[in-house]
Design a protein around this ligand. Structure first.
Ligand code: SF4
Length: 389
């Protein structure tokens, strides 16, 4: 059943999401490792999918009972490397263990090269209604540098198949600022994505994470992403999305009304979620547990009836306040200032950001008026001194 959630940038929705519960399930299997990826992933281990799904189900069964879920997000890795029966069994177990709230969003990530009618149809029957495609670009040369194995045509076909099989909400993920990508190529990518009329669009700058193949290549002399070119690309995309009628609701996310991603809204509102699978992080009552990152260690532990948790972070009240600001200010709806927001507004950096038109107050909320410069606001939040707390 579909429940209208309203404009994705509404303050009411942003705040309501703080009280919703969610589950995240991590599927680490990939066709091959993309050079920029630093997620908990494995390639060439598809023989372990059966064991992994059994371990996930065991982990879910070990989790204490909780409240009904407003969102289930199956991410990766590449969840679409599993078959619908496997992905369906995980959602079925989550539903039996916690219950699904009315209109719960059940979402998965998929790669275009895996997607076909049988898979899409099976996933619809298993209860999935939202799909997020890792498209990244419609330029074959950019796809190649990103190490992606699909073609632009496969991406377009995947969206069309999802539509025909009744997925309620379709997201397209794109990456901008890949070295060698021109503004013309990027504009064409966004145009082609928008022509597919997605319900949701996520646009991320290519970032260089330590320990990745991309980072090693750059150290050896390969070109690095250019921040100025990335800023231009962001502005180009922002204008194209606006013209297409998509609502900008988070620094990297645009959606049509009723298509804001509920799972993400919960995480940005500092809401609570349980998490399963390798490298998965949860959040309950201010504690953020994290699971083992290595596949074999995870399988051994869970198959032995033990928890997959590797550690947990417990933030003190000030740490939670800083986190609330950092997450909440990513949203176009912003945050109620609270203790940390007031400290930021009173600080010299906060004052400068207000004078520069980056930070503002509107209807009792603190908002970032120029999302492109949101990192500067984040740095100002992190720099608040003890006397300002
Ligand atoms: S497909 Fe996605 S998760 Fe897998 S290696 Fe590439 S970027 Fe990482």
């Amino acid at each position: 059943m579909t429940v209208a959630i309203g404009p994705p940038d509404s303050a009411d929705l942003a705040d309501a999401a703080a009280d919703w519960a969610a589950a995240y399930v991590h599927i680490p299997f990939c066709a091959r490792l993309c050079p920029y990826c630093d997620f908990a992933v494995v390639a060439g281990r598809d023989e372990a999918t059966h064991r992994y799904v059994s371990a996930l189900r065991k982990e879910i069964a070990m989790e204490p009972e909780w409240r009904p879920l407003r969102a289930v997000y199956v991410g990766g890795g590449t969840p679409s490397r599993l078959v619908p029966e496997q992905l369906g069994s995980v959602v079925g177990d989550l539903e039996s263990r916690f219950g699904l709230a009315d209109g719960a969003e059940v979402s998965l990530e998929a790669n275009p090269e895996d997607w076909n009618f049988a898979l899409a149809d099976g996933l619809r029957q298993a209860g999935y209604e939202r799909v997020s495609f890792g498209v990244q670009s419609f330029d074959p040369a950019v796809l190649k540098s990103l190490g992606r194995v699909h073609t632009p045509d496969q991406a377009a076909t995947a969206v069309s198949v999802a539509r025909q099989t009744g997925f309620r909400s379709i997201n397209i993920d794109l990456i901008f600022g890949t070295p060698g990508e021109t503004n013309v190529s990027w504009r064409d990518t966004v145009d082609r994505a928008l022509a597919l009329e997605p319900d949701h669009l996520s646009l991320y700058a290519l970032t260089v994470e330590r320990g990745t193949a991309l980072s090693r290549a750059i150290s050896a002399g390969a070109p690095a992403p250019d921040p100025d070119a990335q800023a231009d690309a962001y502005e180009t995309a922002e204008a194209l999305c606006r013209t297409a009628g998509l609502v900008h609701y988070e620094v990297s996310n645009w959606a049509r009304p009723d298509h804001g991603c509920v799972y993400n809204l919960i995480t940005w509102a500092q809401g609570e979620y349980v998490a399963f699978g390798i490298g998965a992080h949860g959040h309950r009552q201010g504690i953020r547990p994290r699971n083992l990152r290595r596949l074999d260690a995870y399988l051994d532990r869970v198959e032995g009836g033990l928890s997959a948790e590797q550690g947990a972070e417990t933030l003190d009240p000030w740490g939670r306040e800083v986190e609330r600001l950092l997450l909440g200010l990513r949203r176009i709806a912003g945050v109620v200032p609270g203790r940390g927001g007031e400290a930021l507004l009173a600080s010299l950096r906060g004052e400068r950001l207000r004078e520069a038109g980056v930070l503002g107050l509107a209807a009792g909320r603190m908002v970032v008026l120029r999302p492109l410069l949101g990192d500067e606001v984040g740095r100002a939040v992190l720099a608040l001194q003890p006397g300002e707390r």
